[in-house]
Ligand binder design. Structure first.
Ligand SMILES: [Zn+2]
Length: 403
């Protein structure tokens, strides 16, 4: 009976999530007019929106103040472990070097166009076709991931944007409730150069000027993502730039990608936005959840060992994380896994310790109370005895008095 209740509860939770999966279709018409609006503005000066004035985006793009916006902070303790989430299966990510990809500095990000042979074939109700990938970053002092985990930013974040194969292209799908699926991963600083990232970073200087592009040979794009894709967070959100369409099914991987400090600096320092300014800090602040649930494909044991402890504090002082420090001292990935497990074990041990402390505390209080009650009873008994003795003294006639 208890088990049935539990199953019913999980079922209700899932129904609730599925009901929330589709954003309100009512905004579709508004969205297309906003898209038009955006195009009009684009044809004018390029400064139609800036990261500096993101709190004013909604004046021109009203979706940006909607209730399913991205990015968000992922509260690992609030994430709902959902074993039914199917794993992500990618297809066609290993591109031939004969394939030519366009790398572009579009003034907001570094973007790589992707061929429609790249797909997510499992993980969602339909197949999703890749369109482009891009990055969000900060500066050497300000970590620039868009999503945060337990309030912590990572140095950078990669987004691989896919659209639902039932639509013809990205722009058609972008405003549809089931239009987009974005895979997101956090980029951290590791001890070694990441050769996979050099496929992109080695051409940065060719696109340093805003609105410039270049062609780069294909490579295995899968390796821009973390080694393990099985552990991820899932929620319904939006584009993180205007027009902020609330049409994105987000997947944020728990495992991070590592690049060297030098590689990250190249990303942070090379590109220009406008004439003189460096293109950096191209991230939007975390948005309110408004009751949305974040699901996880893995059991986080309160807080996951993977991502949560790897963040960098959300301050402009650029305080580096515990993990950052460990990685700096030459940690490799196998050590990291062990450390993660160790951290999880430590957390589990802490939980047991806390439970034991509570049990002993309660036992102590019960013993103390019993002792006090015993003492009170003893005192009562004694005083009664004394009273009885006095009464005996008072009421027992002394034989001498009668004499
Ligand atoms: Zn993005």
């Amino acid at each position: 009976m208890k088990m049935q209740g539990k199953v019913l509860f999980v079922f209700l939770l899932q129904s609730l999530f599925l009901a929330k999966v589709s954003p309100e279709p009512s905004s579709e018409e508004d969205s297309s007019s906003e898209m038009h609006h955006e195009e009009q503005r684009k044809s004018g000066s390029h400064g139609h929106w800036k990261y500096d004035d993101q709190d004013k985006w909604s004046l021109d793009f009203k979706n940006c103040s909607g209730k399913s916006q991205s990015p968000i902070n992922i509260d690992t303790r609030a994430a709902i472990f959902t074993p039914a989430l199917p794993p992500i299966v990618l297809q066609g990510y290993d591109l031939s070097d004969e394939e030519k990809l366009t790398l572009q500095n579009n003034g907001h990000t570094l973007q790589l166009s992707l061929p429609d042979t790249m797909r997510i074939v499992r993980g969602f109700d339909s197949v999703f076709v890749a369109a482009q990938l891009h990055f969000h970053w900060g500066t050497v002092k300000v970590p620039g991931s868009e999503h945060t985990v337990d309030g912590l930013h990572f140095p950078a974040e990669i987004h691989v944007v896919h659209y639902n194969s039932k639509y013809d292209n990205l722009s058609e799908a972008a405003s549809k409730p089931d239009g987009l699926a974005v895979l997101g991963a956090f980029i951290e600083i590791g001890p070694q150069e990441n050769a996979n990232y050099d496929n992109v970073l080695s051409s940065l200087t060719d696109v340093s000027i805003e609105e410039s592009d270049t062609e780069i040979p294909g490579f295995n794009v899968r390796f821009l993502l973390p080694p393990n894709l099985d552990h991820f967070y899932r929620y319904n959100g939006s584009l993180t730039t205007p027009p902020c369409f609330q049409t994105v099914n987000w997947t944020i991987f728990n495992e991070t990608v590592k690049v060297s400090r030098k590689q990250l600096s190249e990303l942070e320092d090379t590109l220009k936005a406008g004439h003189d300014s460096v293109l950096s800090k191209n991230f939007r602040a975390p948005q309110l959840l408004y009751g949305r649930r974040v699901l996880s494909s893995f059991e986080a044991l309160g807080s996951p060992g993977g991502v949560s402890s790897g963040g960098t504090e959300d301050t402009s002082s650029g305080k580096s994380s515990k993990r950052g420090a460990r990685l700096g001292s030459g940690e490799d990935s196998s050590e990291k896994d062990l450390t993660d497990k160790g951290e999880e074990d430590a957390k589990f041990a802490l939980g047991l310790g806390e439970i034991l402390a509570i049990v002993f505390g309660v036992l102590f209080i019960v013993t103390l109370l019993s002792f006090i009650m015993y003492m009170v009873q003893q005192r009562k008994k004694n005083s009664r005895l004394r009273k009885d003795t006095r009464q005996n003294v008072i009421y027992t006639p002394t034989p001498k008095e009668g004499v």
